[in-house]
Design a protein around this ligand. Structure first.
Ligand code: GLC
Ligand code: GLC
Length: 647
């Protein structure tokens, strides 16, 4: 829709900026096309603010200035990515998430290790927070004191630039974080606020006494009830209370202030111009707070994300946005945008529900709850995708609703209790070695820490030198990874899991980490151990080479791209999860046995959605099968999976 004043303003701002446009540069068209949406979203959030108009002009200028700074290679990459449509839906992307220091030492060393990731088949690296963060009060880098200075532990901005150049040459995508919700209390804004500058006190939620904090506390849940109870912290320097939803050293930014929004947008573009391909927006569910609510998942949080998306589409459209919202299934869907904004918010979100339900199935040996959740998850709009994962640097939250659990015939309280007992290893006979994280003494809510290998029983089996148990745990690891790789979305491997790292308990003797047991699953890589990937007969070799095969299988078959092309099979056998992936003429049946016994799957499972041939080829075990009669079965060994193509 043409809006005379707005469009003329943009026209003259762009003209006055003297940008060197290459032929075919679509920046101006994109700007004009998105202008009305940008204006509407901005006004929806800020029209009541006294500086709304003035800050809107700053916002427009921020978009222009950052485009002007955008390196020519990235502008060209933008055009290429745009011409592909939704590039991130492709089956050829496989990621790994890692801490630069804990995996390689620093950015320079990481640059020397790119061959390792390539050998595995990984072509997207999520480098965990890289920017300056005070040691001892860093929350793994998620408490940022300078958004533009690489923390000296990792190297310099130039090291990052050089790494990015090398990654691009090697065809590896880069993903980094923007910690949008809060800053470290050592950030210059926080320091000025402490010194009493009201301009910067307005960058945070600061209160002279406990009146409003107490009112907010009534409805705001606690994120770290054990290590950081409450949502406010007293700041002695200025005698005020500041909102700190996460740790007391992480101050929540106040997005009701348009200046905060524009400053953080500028930081987003700074990352975009470094060549980031996927920007992980940390904790977006928390960015808007309101009295009388949980201050999570509020409509304004979605408006902010949509506004960011529209601006990014103008100045750095090749960069995709990943929303790290770890929330219930019906809430997560909203992060892809709703109504007219469908598929115009986050391009990607974590499929935390699927992740947690895989752990649910592994513990119970049953797939009912996983199946019950799919109806909701399938609502994801075309043009958006998931990050699928088995483990990450955070805890496993059992965030799916009680209703889904109950629909599957379980009592929700008992069921969750069982899962927590199972993975913390207190359930009799449980092979898992994990720990409870974030236990809330009032609600008994808790999440689970522990590495993939330890939760699958490898740590215990190795301690007990039980060869049979080692075999079973490695089968479980692969089953979990396979499901993550073939269910739709970009699989994100967590570093160390490709070689079966078990829990690391050294964090307990580190003062800055001991209070947070998520560090047990944040290993320091021992490259001597990783060298065993080359030595046949080692567990490292077994897991690494199988992971490599899973990746190459995914990359070979276009049907594993995310084109709304997944159909879940009905539950013919309660222990087996199965789905069809279909694309062009190819049809693949992926089936996974979560049970410690043989599972019998009726051949009818392969016919219920129609079948063109009675021959199946299992790409995983390289075996051919003939589909039998409905009263005959495919017999699956414990924790077996098949990736069967209908020939
Ligand atoms: C995200 C991060 C988590 C961090 C939190 C606060 O959830 O993944 O590690 O503690 O944000 O920044
Ligand atoms: C936030 C994050 C979630 C994480 C939790 C603690 O809630 O959104 O991912 O589990 O912090 O780590």
């Amino acid at each position: 829709m043409y809006q005379h004043e707005l469009h003329q303003k943009i026209n003259s701002l762009v003209e006055n900026s003297h940008i060197d446009f290459d032929t075919g540069d679509s920046f101006f068209i994109r700007f004009i096309a998105n202008a009305a949406a940008i204006h509407a979203l901005y006004m929806e959030l800020y029209k009541e603010h006294p500086h709304a108009e003035a800050m809107f002009d700053v916002l427009l200028q921020t978009i222009i200035t950052n485009y002007k700074k955008r390196p020519a290679v990235l502008r060209q990459k933008d055009e290429e990515q745009l011409s592909k449509g939704f590039w991130f839906l492709n089956n050829d992307i496989v990621g790994m998430s890692l801490y630069v220091d804990r995996s390689c030492g620093n950015l320079e060393e990481l640059r020397n290790k790119l061959d390792y990731f390539k050998k595995l088949g990984v072509n997207l690296l999520h480098l965990m927070p890289l920017f300056e963060s005070p040691a001892g009060e860093s929350d793994g880098g998620y408490a940022v004191s300078d958004f533009r200075k690489v923390d000296q532990r990792f190297g310099t901005l130039d090291d990052l630039r050089l790494l990015e150049e090398n990654m691009t040459k090697e065809g590896i995508y880069l993903m980094t974080d923007i910690v949008l919700n809060h800053t470290s209390h050592h950030h210059k804004w926080a320091k000025k606020a402490k010194q009493g500058e009201t301009k910067y006190q307005d960058f945070f939620y600061m209160y002279p006494d406990r009146t409003i904090p107490d009112m907010l506390e009534n409805t705001m849940p606690e994120i770290f009830p054990e290590s950081a109870p409450g949502n406010f912290t007293y700041v002695e320097e200025c005698n005020k209370w500041v909102m700190t939803v996460f740790h007391d050293y992480q101050w929540d930014l106040n997005y009701t202030n348009p200046e905060v929004f524009v400053e953080m947008l500028d930081n987003i573009f700074f990352y975009a111009n470094l060549g980031v391909d996927i920007l992980r927006i940390d904790a977006p569910a928390f960015i808007w707070k309101q009295l009388g609510t949980t201050s999570q998942n509020l409509p304004q949080a979605h408006s902010i994300l949509q506004l960011i998306k529209q601006c990014v589409n103008v100045a750095s459209p090749g960069m995709a946005l990943l929303g790290e919202a770890i929330v219930a299934p019906h809430e997560i869907m909203k992060y892809f945008g709703t109504g007219l904004a469908t598929a115009k918010e986050c391009d990607l979100a974590y499929n935390a529900t699927q992740m947690a339900l895989q752990w649910d199935a592994l513990a119970t040996g049953e797939t009912r709850v996983m199946l019950a959740a799919q109806h909701e998850l399938l609502q994801k709009p075309y043009g958006t995708s998931w990050i699928t994962y088995t483990r990450c640097h955070d805890d496993i939250g059992l965030g799916y609703t009680d209703a889904i659990i109950e629909q599957s015939g379980f009592n929700a309280y008992d069921h969750r209790r069982f899962l927590k007992d199972y993975y913390s290893g207190v359930y009799p006979g449980s092979p898992a070695k994990g720990a409870l994280f974030g236990v809330n003494p009032q609600t008994q809510d808790a999440r689970i820490s522990g590495s993939l290998a330890s939760l699958c029983g490898l740590e215990k089996a190795m301690e007990e030198k039980d060869e049979a148990a080692i075999k079973i745990s490695s089968k479980k690891i692969l089953l979990m990874q396979a499901l993550t790789f073939f269910v739709s979305g970009i699989p994100m491997i967590y570093y160390g899991d490709e070689v079966g790292y078990t829990n690391d308990y050294s964090y307990l003797s580190d003062e800055g980490k001991g209070y947070d047991n998520r560090w047990m699953h944040r290993p320091v890589i021992n490259w001597k151990k990783n060298d065993n990937t080359e030595v046949e007969g080692t567990i490292e070799n077994e897991i690494f080479s199988a992971t490599q095969r899973l990746i190459s299988l995914r990359k070979k078959i276009a049907a594993f791209g995310d084109y709304k092309n997944i159909t879940w099979l009905s539950s013919h056998n309660i222990h087996v999860a199965g789905f069809i992936r279909e694309h062009n003429d190819k049809k693949l049946y992926c089936v996974f046995n979560f049970c410690d016994k043989e599972a019998f799957l009726t051949w009818y499972a392969f016919k219920e959605h129609g079948i063109k041939s009675y021959n199946l080829f299992d790409h995983w075990n390289q075996k051919q099968y003939l589909i039998g009669a409905d009263n005959e079965y495919l017999i699956m060994q414990p924790y077996d999976f098949y990736i069967m193509e209908a020939l």
